[in-house]
Design a protein around this ligand. Structure first.
Ligand SMILES: C[S@@+](CC[C@H](N)C(=O)[O-])C[C@H]1O[C@@H](n2cnc3c(N)ncnc32)[C@H](O)[C@@H]1O
Length: 258
């Protein structure tokens, strides 16, 4: 699929992205839902946000947070994820989205009749973006080896996409990430205190910085985390950095399963 382009208006992006879906077997349904979702976006609000951050966007890399101003592209990604998780045709579910950013996943979930809670740290840019989708972000900082607070009951589905909360803050040092033990704690906390069973946890990792080689920054998905999840029965994709864990009953995540 094409990359995001946050500089273009909604209508133009919709037209471009429609074309990229031409081979998808459910193209019509997806486009119908995408158009219905986009029709509810506060476009003047989005244009104002684009204007407010224009200068910073120009100086920032294509991978920066400003890419989310291409709401059509990012809503489409979450629409495809919701379909992958069966949320487009399931009865009402409770969904927790950890590190929700602009709240695109809760936005799609609400469209399909679900109740979604998006947690994230306080951030003026993401607050502005979620306001354009009329989505409320719940302020919760995810920290290593710290249980999440009670978020009003258990969830049927827990997602975390393009995860950034696993980067540790140690002074000015960057590139220090959660260990497999930290991930084990996080997953066990979700299973013990947040997930209802049967239930699903879906994670999409971000590539972690692995230093520089020949002047290029190397980045890679954390193989140890993917392996830990696979040993515990997850469907993983090493290529996409995704983990999907389905629980029929509560089950602890262990280091040396199987
Ligand atoms: C790359 S964005 C992904 C946003 C969204 N999940 C998506 O797929 O569009 C990473 C998000 O993680 C959030 N984040 C970073 N550190 C966090 C933390 N410690 N606790 C909660 N959220 C965090 C950021 O504020 C940002 O919204």
């Amino acid at each position: 699929m094409a990359a995001s382009d946050p500089t273009k208006p909604v209508a133009e992006r919709l037209a471009t992205l429609q074309r990229t879906l031409w081979r998808h077997p459910h193209r019509r349904e997806i486009l119908r839902d995408l158009q219905a979702l986009i029709a509810t976006v506060d476009e003047p609000g989005l244009d104002a946000l684009r204007g407010k951050y224009a200068e910073r966007m120009q100086k920032a890399s294509a991978a920066s947070r400003y890419k989310y101003l291409d709401v059509v592209f990012h809503i489409l990604q979450k629409l495809l994820l919701a379909r992958e998780l069966g949320l487009h045709k399931s009865p009402p579910r409770r969904v927790l989205d950890v590190g929700t950013g602009g709240g695109q996943l809760p936005f799609v979930c609400r469209f399909y009749g679900h109740q979604a809670v998006g947690i994230d740290v306080k951030d003026a840019f993401y607050d502005g973006l979620s306001a354009c989708l009329d989505i409320e972000r719940t302020t919760v900082r995810v920290e290593a080896r710290t249980p999440l607070p009670d978020l009003g009951g258990r969830f049927d589905v827990i997602t975390a996409c393009d995860i950034a909360f696993n980067e540790k803050r140690e002074g000015k040092a960057r590139g220090i990430y959660w260990s497999p033990d930290d991930w084990q704690f996080f997953l066990n906390d979700l299973v013990a205190h947040q997930l209802r069973t049967p239930g699903t946890i879906y994670l999409k990792l971000n590539k972690e910085a692995r230093g520089r080689l020949l002047g290029f920054e190397r980045r890679a998905y954390n193989r140890e985390v993917l392996a830990l999840a696979a040993r515990n029965g997850a469907d993983i994709s090493r290529w996409r950095g995704t983990i999907r864990l389905a629980f029929a009953t509560p089950q602890a995540i262990v280091m040396d399963a199987g």
